[in-house]
Ligand binder design. Structure first.
Ligand SMILES: [Ca+2]
Length: 220
């Protein structure tokens, strides 16, 4: 009877997998009924390059590719980017987001609104870059309304998160390119197993009609 599944995930899958109706769906490198076993014979990936362009818009429960993502919360889904995102105030074409992107509803009322990567080996990387944009859902117009999203990292499976950047009022699509801090390098070097996870997490929002998207994420 020890393995009887009663609709919840004991130990929350040890924070190493998704809790589904059929039990824990373990992240790569973990196994067992509750993801309690580390079986990470594969080395962690050194590079991370996510364009979201080859993935179906299947909603949070069916995608995107869980090989890249540890967890998506808050109705994250794949969506075509707005055509308007290539025009900024100076009428300069800057195609920071393209094809499809990962899209979140700011006012979904669905708990944490965030995307967490799988664990990564950042020893060879120096920067993480990504495109970010806030829109309205229907017409994708540029908006100056308030959505605050942060990029953070963890070395201990999400017990503690360190802030890399906070994005306020990002009314125009923008490309961010962030140098990995030396503290991250030092912490990573000391780990025997496991790596670094990144998350884009919504801090606050001011309107239910706002949405934010990320695209073209590169660790290099
Ligand atoms: Ca894309």
């Amino acid at each position: 009877m020890n393995s009887l599944f009663i609709g919840e995930c004991p130990e929350y899958c040890h924070d190493r997998g998704l809790c589904t109706v059929s039990g824990c769906q373990c992240a790569i490198g973990y196994s067992g009924l509750y993801c309690e076993k580390y079986v990470g014979i594969e080395p962690l990936p050194i590079w991370f390059n996510e364009t979201f362009d080859d993935l179906p818009d299947a909603g949070i429960n069916n995608g995107p590719n869980l090989n890249n993502w540890f967890r998506l919360s808050g109705n994250g889904h794949i969506r075509h980017v707005c055509d308007e995102n290539i025009n900024n105030n100076n009428n300069i074409t800057e195609n920071y987001l393209s094809g499809q992107a990962l899209h979140f509803s700011a006012g979904c009322g669905c708990g944490n609104v965030e995307a967490i990567t799988r664990e990564l080996n950042i020893s060879q990387a120096t920067t993480i870059s990504f495109a970010f944009h806030v829109t309205t859902e229907d017409n994708c117009v540029l908006t100056s309304s308030n959505v605050t999203v942060a990029l953070e990292w963890t070395y201990d499976e999400g017990i503690s998160w360190m802030r890399l950047i906070t994005m306020y009022n990002q009314e125009h699509p923008q490309l961010f390119n962030i140098t990995l801090p030396s503290t991250m390098k030092q912490v990573h070097k000391q780990r025997v197993i496991g790596g670094i996870r990144f998350r884009w997490t919504q801090i606050k929002h001011a309107s239910n009609d706002l949405y934010w998207s990320i695209d073209n994420i590169r660790l290099e």
